[in-house]
Design a protein around this ligand. Structure first.
Ligand code: 13P
Length: 333
């Protein structure tokens, strides 16, 4: 049993309370490899932004849960080395699907876990979430739960059909589970194809898809029911079209990839939404940078020569999100 506090990590409690009050959101970036982690920490340290490092099922399969945990421990020391005196870094389990998995993460030093039982019937979601909360809170680990179903696919989490969170359920759910934050469904979804073309309109000038707006009315109703309660948005990549273009220009094929417009995330950040999950945008930044090198320098075979530019591009992206979209810069001085 290792407690996250001994690793220099923090849980989300105070971080979220400040974010809700201050009208900004904390970035939750997924990581699978060293370059992504370096870029996240460099961006957070440079902007003095609190940050959540997320480990998904796919990341655990790809890189190993134990190794990722030790990388996060190393990240705290790296942040200090970069001159961030009091780093506020959370290590979070993304989409935990069982009590056993959540328990194993609590036991190995995660400071926050998500139990995603949103695909189960309501009462079963409550029972499983409650069980995780009871265990995690013994060690002061915070718990994110989910109500409502997101469409789309991310790693092993998939849902064909989305349904929005029902505001009439949130008080009962939050009270009976004791969860610390709630992921809701208001139209975001995982991946780089968040909307089918038939759900969008097309900008006649650019020919690009224009996605339907998020259901802010549902968010506001939930806020009214649970004033000040931390709300989480999954599936919040914007799918920057400049990356999609670079990828397509250099041999890739991502037709009609579309995400959540940043102005909507900016608006959400000012509300009770205090955690915004971003994974696909980092994948796109990395892929765009690597494709460019491969295309322009076919003789290159030193991984540092393409992973290095990929890391720089991801850092740029993370800084942009922190400063221009979520507004969390300077909140962890
Ligand atoms: P994106 O696919 O939109 O980046 O969402 C990631 C996510 O929500 C991880 O849980």
């Amino acid at each position: 049993m290792v407690n996250y506090k001994d690793l220099g990590l923090v849980n989300t409690r105070e971080m979220f309370a400040k974010a809700v009050k201050g009208g900004y959101a904390i970035p939750a970036f997924n990581f699978n490899n060293m370059e992504q982690l370096q870029a996240i920490i460099q961006a957070a340290a440079e902007t003095k932004s609190p940050v959540i490092l997320q480990v998904s099922q796919g990341a655990r399969n790809y890189a190993n849960q134990t190794l990722l945990r030790y990388m996060a421990e190393g990240a705290v020391e790296y942040a200090k080395e970069l001159g961030w005196e009091h780093p506020q870094i959370v290590l979070h389990l993304d989409h935990g699907d069982s009590f056993e998995l959540c328990k194993s993460c609590v036991d190995m030093g995660f400071s926050s876990v998500m139990i995603d039982a949103s695909s189960l019937p309501y009462e079963e979601n409550i029972a499983l979430t409650r069980k995780v909360v009871e265990y995690a809170h013994k060690y002061d680990v915070t718990v994110e739960a989910e109500l409502g179903v997101l469409a789309g696919v991310e790693d092993e989490v998939s849902a064909e059909e989305s349904h929005y969170t029902r505001p009439e359920e949130v008080i009962d759910f939050a009270t009976r589970t004791g969860c610390d934050s709630l992921a809701i469904s208001i139209g975001t979804s995982h991946g780089a194809y968040k909307f089918k073309p038939e759900q969008c309109t097309r900008d006649p000038k650019t020919g690009r898809l224009v996605p339907p707006p998020l259901a802010f009315n549902v968010l506001h109703e939930i806020e009214k029911k649970l004033p000040g309660f931390p709300i989480v948005l999954h599936g919040s990549s914007s799918v920057p079209q400049e990356y999609v273009d670079i990828i397509n220009e250099h041999g890739g094929k991502l037709p009609d990839a579309v995400g959540i417009p940043e102005e909507q995330l900016r608006e959400a950040s000012k509300s009770a939404v205090c955690k915004i999950n971003i994974d696909s945008d980092s994948r796109l930044a990395m892929t765009a940078a690597i494709r460019k090198v491969f295309d322009e320098k076919p003789g290159e075979f030193d991984p540092r020569k393409y992973l290095g530019p990929a890391r720089d591009e991801m850092k740029k992206l993370y800084m942009h999100k922190i400063i221009n979209v979520l507004g969390s810069d300077g909140k962890a001085e």
